[in-house]
Design a protein around this ligand. Structure first.
Ligand code: ATR
Length: 276
């Protein structure tokens, strides 16, 4: 791990600055990860945590626009939605979710934000060899995670994407939002009572069910085809009850942690972190 002493050795007047907005900031992992990479690649940059309470966020972001060597950064809890509102420009993930996990200060003073959860999820699926071409996909859940995944999955050459949710109105809203961001007629909301689980190549849990040990399964495993892939977005625990049940039935699974792991390089590209 990089030591404080090492960081001090390479910070100089030419050092470019990246931040991570958080509150509290003690738990953030991005500075360790990025600073290690800066050192490895010999890049004259540093990432520091910015612990800013929500009441000061707007002033903080506004004044940062004037810092010439500040390129941008990572955004985490609880600032993802509020920083999205302060952005002048949003990418597709940011538009679909109304939340950003990375921002960059562009040279013309524009603050550009985006959400990379969906991009990370799709990159993880592909890297694990799961082909998406002509596949039928079902997302269970209609919160921010569902929107993030839907906006990226729909731009892949899939056959169709259905969204279902306990509150059906929310599923319909997700579909409406995705259609406003991407021109598509491949996405539809489906009520639980009309779902035939055997139709799907991928079924994705995008609800919060699975975080607690006494949570029920978000959907039944029994009706899935043996060649279906069951995906979860829950990261803790890694092995949710859903994924354990799917594995016991001989069904392939895809873990929630991949979504996060695979988005780091996209965030780094977006904020220009590893450019020399
Ligand atoms: P996130 O932004 O992380 O996706 P969220 O916006 O709170 O989180 O969304 C949580 C999702 O889990 C919603 O789809 C929610 O369903 P409702 O919209 O009907 O509330 C779903 N969810 C949470 N608890 C659930 C439960 N007990 N049964 C079914 N769905 C549940």
């Amino acid at each position: 791990m990089i030591s404080e002493q090492n960081i001090n050795m390479f910070i100089s007047g030419t050092t470019k600055l990246f931040v991570i907005f958080a509150h509290p900031a003690e738990q953030v992992r991005a500075p360790t990860l990025f600073n290690k990479k800066f050192e490895e690649l010999g890049i004259d940059s540093v990432m520091i945590p910015i612990d800013v309470p929500p009441s000061h966020l707007k002033d903080c972001v506004y004044s940062m626009r004037g810092i010439k060597n500040l390129r941008g950064g990572v955004v985490t809890i609880p600032h993802k939605v509020e920083i999205a509102k302060l952005c002048d420009k949003l990418g597709a993930g940011g538009k679909a979710t109304g939340a950003v996990n990375a921002i960059r200060f562009e040279e013309d003073g524009i603050l550009h934000g985006d959400n990379f959860d969906g991009i990370g999820f799709v990159a993880g699926l592909k890297d694990y060899g799961h082909l998406l071409k002509d596949k039928k996909i079902l997302i269970v859940g209609a919160g921010g995670a569902s929107r993030a995944l839907a906006v990226e999955l729909i731009s892949e050459p899939i056959k169709s994407l259905n969204i279902t949710n306990r509150s059906f109105e929310k599923a319909k809203k997700v579909v409406q939002t995705i259609k406003s961001v991407r021109q598509t007629n491949k996405i539809n909301a489906i009520e639980k009572k009309h779902i035939d689980y055997a139709e799907y190549d991928f079924v994705i849990n995008a609800t919060s069910l699975g975080m607690k040990s006494d949570d029920s399964l978000p959907f039944p495993i029994i009706s899935l085809r043996p060649d279906c892939v069951v995906c979860d977005i829950i990261m803790k625990p890694q092995e949710t009850k859903l994924l354990s049940a799917a594995k016991r039935s001989g069904i392939k699974v895809h873990y929630g942690k991949h979504m996060l792991d695979y988005q780091v390089s996209f965030i780094a590209d977006f904020i220009g972190a590893f450019k020399t």
